[in-house]
Design a protein around this ligand. Structure first.
Ligand code: KG4
Length: 340
């Protein structure tokens, strides 16, 4: 039987990525991150689009080269259609369309959030790989989303809870910014928290029903604490940086895990996974392992490389869709928001 070889293209935010997957096994996953945004304290959409434009062709060439695959061997092109920054998505979408037309290949459109969840199915060809069995719960936490997803099949996912305001990553990034840490702040908070006391400060936790999240109250509570303490001691942040990071991180992890535990117990699901950029967080990873032992869950934590934006997750989703002849037309346009 012929192999199925998918080229995946990801350009939804500030990472230009291309990956090649053969029969579910990753052959390459090339990511060009954009340093241009660091000095602005956040992603500047126009700069992101321009950087994608510069990066996309070299990144695709590199992905094919590392995979040892010729263009003529590809079975289909999968690309991120949304959600994300529209200008960024347009670069990847237009490239994918042009490449597919030139090579006379089918096109597969991929939902970025669905791809984060399906990243758990990327094989790296290792013998000890584990994959969640359907149905499972996935905590999807990134800079733009905080959701609990009930995953019934590769193409049947139900969002049973989500943030009603800020995402968990956004809360990390915004609080990091007021402490003077570079963007994105999540990884810096994670690093500094390792030396801090998670019980040093307490912050408001949201009281909202169901499986939904809210992080804007925590952000405000954090800002007010800093404002009041800085009045008493202008060096408060510098002197308490590790404890502030540890306490903030512990609160975010607590909020995330409590709702997940509630969902798992009420729906009686023991297969529990985490995905998205914030799943790189070491305290969240540890909490997953601890909850797994305590509540008898089978936990699935992705390798670091598949937590943040990457094209391997787009290619694996494309692979599933390819197997079901789930292709898209050349007229398909990107969407910025899930509701578009
Ligand atoms: O999924 P992702 O790469 O991209 C988008 O949301 O577009 O997630 C990025 C988010 C950022 O908010 C970043 O601060 C957060 O993931 N993040 C982390 C860590 N690594 C990345 N947050 C906490 N701890 C980390 N180690």
């Amino acid at each position: 039987m012929n192999s199925t070889i998918i080229l995946g293209i990801e350009s939804s935010c500030d990472d230009t990525s291309a990956a090649v997957i053969r029969d579910g096994v990753m052959l390459s996953n090339v990511i060009a991150s954009q340093a241009v945004h660091t000095s602005f304290g956040g992603v500047v959409p126009e700069l992101a689009s321009r950087a994608h434009q510069l990066n996309i062709i070299p990144v695709v060439h590199e992905a094919l080269k590392r995979a040892g695959i010729e263009k003529s061997e590809l079975s289909a092109i999968a690309f991120t259609r949304g959600p994300g920054l529209l200008g960024s998505l347009l670069v990847g979408t237009s490239f994918a369309k042009g490449f597919a037309q030139a090579l006379n290949l089918p096109l597969v459109d991929v939902n970025h959030l669905q791809a984060h969840v399906l990243a758990h199915y990327i094989s790296e060809g290792k013998p000890d790989e584990r994959r969640p069995e359907f149905p499972f719960l996935c905590l999807l936490v990134s800079g733009g989303n905080s959701q609990i997803v009930l995953v019934k099949a590769y193409n049947d996912m139900e969002v049973i809870g989500q943030t009603i305001d800020d995402a968990a990553g956004e809360a990390f990034d915004k609080c990091a910014k007021v402490m003077g840490l570079p963007y994105p702040g999540g990884p810096h908070i994670d690093r500094l928290a390792k030396e801090g006391n998670p019980k040093a400060f307490t912050f408001n936790k949201p009281q909202i029903p169901g499986y939904n999240y809210s992080f804007s109250g925590l952000k405000t509570s954090f800002l007010y604490l800093l404002r009041d303490k800085i009045k008493e001691n202008p060096n408060f942040v510098e002197e308490n940086l590790n404890d502030l990071c540890a306490s903030l991180q512990a609160t975010v992890v607590d909020i995330l895990m409590n709702k997940l535990r509630k969902a798992a117990s009420e729906l009686n699901i023991r297969q529990v996974a985490v995905a998205g950029g914030v799943s790189a967080n070491s305290a969240l990873r540890q909490a997953f392992l601890d909850f797994g032992v305590k509540h008898n869950w089978e936990v699935y934590i992705p390798p670091f490389a598949f937590t943040t934006d990457n094209a391997a997750m787009i290619a694996i989703t494309g692979y599933f869709k390819y197997q079901h002849n789930d292709f898209c037309s050349i007229e398909e346009v990107p969407f910025a928001r899930v509701s578009d």
